[in-house]
Design a protein around this ligand. Structure first.
Ligand SMILES: [Zn+2]
Length: 210
C-alpha cells in the first residue's frame, strides 16, 4: 500500500521508492511508490502531474488499495525523487477550496452540496434541497461566497471519527481528502457564472482567476 504523504503535507518534492513498474499500452507505464505526494483524481479534484526521477507523471489514479502513477517511460525499482507540478497543484487547490466555500454559501440558502467538479474550466457544485430551500441567484450566492472566503482565514485540519475534517477559521468543516489553500484569501475572486435549478437540484458553475 502506498503511504499518502500528500494527505498531511503540502510539500511538492520528496524522496520515495519505486516498488513496481509495468507496461500499460503504448508509451504508458503503471508505477507504484512506497509513498507519494501526487494527489490522485478523486472527490471532484483532478490528478496532480509532475515527474518521478525526471520522467513525466501524467496522472495518479486510486485503484482500490493501490495508487497508480501513469508515466510515459519506464522507471527502475528503487530510489525515486518526486516533483509535483507546483502551478497545476496550486490551481487545483484553489478550485477545490472554492468548492468548499460555494458549498457553504449554498447551505445559507437551504441547499446541501452533493457533488462537485473542481476542474478549471468546468467548476461546478451540485446541491440538493434540504427542504425548504430558497431560490438562489448568481449575485446572492456570489456575495455569500465572497463573504465566507473573506471571513475564513487560516486553514484548520483535524481528525474526527477517522475522517479528516477541513475548514478555514470558524467556517463549518467538511470531511475531505483533497488539497486545500493554507488561507482562504489565496482562493481569490470566485466568479459565479451560472445558477440553474432543475428537478430539485441546484447547479452552480464557477471560475477563478487563473
Ligand atoms: Zn476539500
Amino acid at each position: 500500500m502506498t503511504e499518502k504523504t500528500y494527505f498531511a503535507s503540502d510539500a511538492l518534492e520528496m524522496d520515495s521508492q519505486v516498488t513496481s513498474c509495468v507496461p500499460a499500452g503504448e508509451d504508458r507505464f503503471h508505477v507504484t511508490l512506497s509513498a507519494t505526494l501526487f494527489h490522485p483524481q478523486g472527490g471532484g479534484q483532478p490528478s496532480d502531474r509532475g515527474t518521478i526521477n525526471g520522467v513525466a507523471m501524467l496522472q495518479a489514479v486510486q485503484d482500490g488499495d493501490r495508487l497508480i502513477h501513469i508515466t510515459d517511460a519506464p522507471l527502475a525499482i528503487g530510489p525515486a525523487h518526486l516533483q509535483v507540478d507546483a502551478a497545476l497543484r496550486a490551481l487545483h487547490t484553489r478550485y477545490h477550496s472554492a468548492g468548499h466555500i460555494i458549498g457553504l454559501a449554498g447551505e445559507k440558502f437551504g441547499w446541501l452540496g452533493v457533488k462537485g467538479n473542481h476542474k478549471p474550466g468546468e467548476g461546478r457544485i451540485v446541491f440538493e434541497a434540504a427542504a425548504p430551500a430558497a431560490p438562489v441567484t448568481i449575485e446572492a450566492i456570489g456575495a455569500e461566497a465572497a463573504a465566507l472566503a473573506q471571513r475564513g482565514g487560516s486553514r484548520v485540519m483535524y481528525e474526527a471519527e477517522g475522517k479528516r475534517m477541513v475548514s478555514w477559521g470558524d467556517l463549518k468543516p467538511y470531511a475531505c481528502g483533497g488539497t486545500h489553500v493554507q488561507n482562504s484569501a489565496e482562493i481569490g475572486a470566485i466568479r459565479i457564472l451560472k445558477v440553474k435549478e432543475k428537478k430539485g437540484q441546484l447547479s452552480v458553475q464557477y471560475e477563478l482567476d487563473s
